[in-house]
Design a protein around this ligand. Structure first.
Ligand code: F6R
Length: 242
């Protein structure tokens, strides 16, 4: 595991974007596993800047997103489809046919999970998986549980996740209770994993993830077992680790 501590959020984003940049330069048809949330916004801004300078080409990139709220359509401004479009896709030359996100509007869980597992399989897995870290240690929407969920599944969101995401909805009751998420096995099968963590609010969980036991109660702790993980976090996120 390679660990980089940065001064602040901006520096974290600069370094994380550099990892994605080099992945895309070396393998222009990379399969990028992408995340939503507050953490990657600055990373995507950096990638858009590089694209506008003519240094990055997304035309052959394939993307696969970690998760999507169940019940939100792609037009809903809190759907992860909408987020990805607003924060990255509509600003770069990615081919819409190469964009993959679970479809939150499919009611039949088995059907949508099987479809998404097949998408992952057909792409040949993920070259570089970008991950944010939930306050409870979740990655994607793999919430703390008694066992690691391996493949794409529909998850009941933890109360702490609903509370953390309520800030983004007009009414806290509007936060969806369920989501589709890629499973731990699919994340662990990514060739490389890049984790970004920012802010004091993540300091306790980051310590558990990096120095605690590997347990499904802290889903991100499984990353200790992956052979190519880069963690980039700011000083505040590392403040509980000596
Ligand atoms: C988002 C996702 C989540 C977030 C995590 C951190 O696609 O899969 O695991 O990465 O909840 O969110 P932020 O970055 O908003 O703190």
């Amino acid at each position: 595991m390679r660990i980089y501590q940065t001064k602040n959020y901006n520096d974290m984003c600069r370094k994380a974007a550099a990892v994605i940049f080099s992945q895309m330069i070396l393998k222009p048809d990379s399969v990028l596993g992408l995340a939503t949330g507050s953490s990657p916004i600055g990373v995507y801004q950096r990638l858009i800047e590089q694209y506008n300078k003519g240094d990055l080409d997304f035309s052959m990139v394939k993307s696969i997103n970690l998760d999507e709220y169940k019940g939100l359509s792609c037009e809903h401004d809190q759907s992860y489809y909408y987020f990805m479009n607003e924060n990255l896709f509509k600003h770069v030359n990615i081919n819409p046919d190469n964009v993959n996100i679970p479809n939150g509007m499919v009611k039949n869980n088995d059907q949508e999970c099987a479809r998404y597992n097949e998408v992952i399989r057909r792409l040949g897995g993920v070259d570089l998986q970008l991950l944010g870290l939930g306050h409870n240690g979740h990655i994607g929407f793999n919430e703390p549980d008694e066992a690691f969920a391996l493949e794409t599944h529909c998850v009941k969101l933890a109360k702490s996740t609903i509370d953390a995401n309520a800030r983004l909805f007009d009414n806290p009751d509007d936060v969806p209770r369920y989501a589709y998420t890629m499973g731990i096995k699919s994340i662990m099968q990514a060739k490389r994993v890049l984790v970004i963590v920012s802010g004091e609010g993540k300091a306790d969980i980051l310590k558990k993830v990096l120095t605690g036991p590997v347990t499904p109660h802290v889903p991100a702790s499984i990353l200790q077992m992956h052979n190519d993980v880069t963690v980039i976090g700011d000083e505040a996120a590392f403040s509980k680790i000596n």
